[in-house]
Design a protein around this ligand. Sequence first.
Ligand code: GDP
Ligand code: MG
Length: 445
Amino acid sequence: LSGKLGDVFERLRKRGALTESDVSEALREVRVALLEADVALPVVKTFIDGVKSRAVGQDVLRSVTPGQQVIKIVHDHLVEMLGGEAGAEDESGINLNAVPPVPVLMVGLQGSGKTTSTAKIALRLMNKERKKVLMASLDVYRPAAQEQLKILGEQNSIPVLPIVAGQMPVDIAKRALQAAKLGGYDVVMLDTAGRLHVDETLMLEVAAVRDAVQPHETLLVADSLTGQDAVNVAKSFNERVGVTGIVLTRVDGDGRGGAALSMRAVTGKPIKLIGVGEKVDALEPFHPQRIAQRILGMGDIVSLVEKAAETIEKEEAERLAARVQKGQFDLNDMASQLKQLRKMGGMSGVMNLLPGVGKVKQQMAAANVDESVLKRQEAIIGSMTKDERSNPKVIHASRKKRIAAGSGTSVQDVNKLLKQHLQMADMMKRMSKLGQKGFMRSMGA
Ligand code: GDP
Ligand code: MG
């Protein structure tokens, strides 16, 4: 497949701008890759149309081949459709911005992983965010279902609402909320029953529970192996119950990643977490970049994406080099570098293959730069005024306090970042003496 794509792109090389037939030809291959990744048919169509309307007429950048440019457009559009680079708003991705106890409703088909995910999320909120969490099972139809949640709770020291035989889902939900209020809980996780297929009774019951507890989050739990059917499931639950986010399970068994795109495209709701195993700690934040890579990898397109990524790095390096030549490196430049680093973390698989980048990654590891640190640093810079960013010298004590408050960090963190910026600016100044060629070489470009 990459060979065929290569031919198409070879022919494109000679043109100045991307024409409709050029792009269509290239996108036929992308279409196959998406279908092989098990992306639902209507979503494939929407996606291809979106890329086409963006790509046609674009000037081919000087520094890249048209082929790389098309793949870069495909990749960027895919990441954007999967939720962009930003990712979840906090560690767990669950929005708990409400008066406690915050009800979180778990919905989905039977066997999708609702009960397991309920315990996984509860544990994550307890361990990572120090929340007090109560779980309750509203699955009164399968005899062992309530017991299953109870056992998961016992095994992992997560409080579970005591089972009262004969009580119906709406009443259990109300009782759970009441118990959580009395017990001073922060969150109540409500695990509901599912059916093998979307049906009227299921929807009516879930809607009744929703009306009774007014959940702050309604998470649709969906099996990533559902494939083409994922679209119907997501659509029904979103229309009938209204979901606020998606938990994709069994991602460990799915090398294709297509369901993520289908779910996201059909509901427009973020994929908040992914299940990657049966154990209670097998839950991870969703990274659009990684799934994009996986989806494109289906058709051997990933090698071309690598080149596109290299292009992004190169453009950025060139831009920076130009500024460095003038001896400039302000906090805006630092923010863009941090973002770049974070992106690289997200695309670690791809990035490992790039020359030069491996070195940066080793440095990152050595400096213990993980994603949350980068995010915090970006938040600090984000809380500065335009003036402060381009002229950090004006940031004195009272401004530091304001910036720390605005970014949810401490003055100490702000100081640390400013010091780091000084060191980087100093390094950039020294590099500018090497000239652009020397700088590009030192960046590995
Ligand atoms: P429910 O019917 O929606 O409540 O589904 P369960 O939570 O009972 O899960 C059904 C099965 O899927 C169980 O055997 C789980 O261990 C398994 N399961 C759930 N999530 C995952 C996951 O992310 N990966 C894997 N491999 N198995 C999972
Ligand atoms: Mg269950």
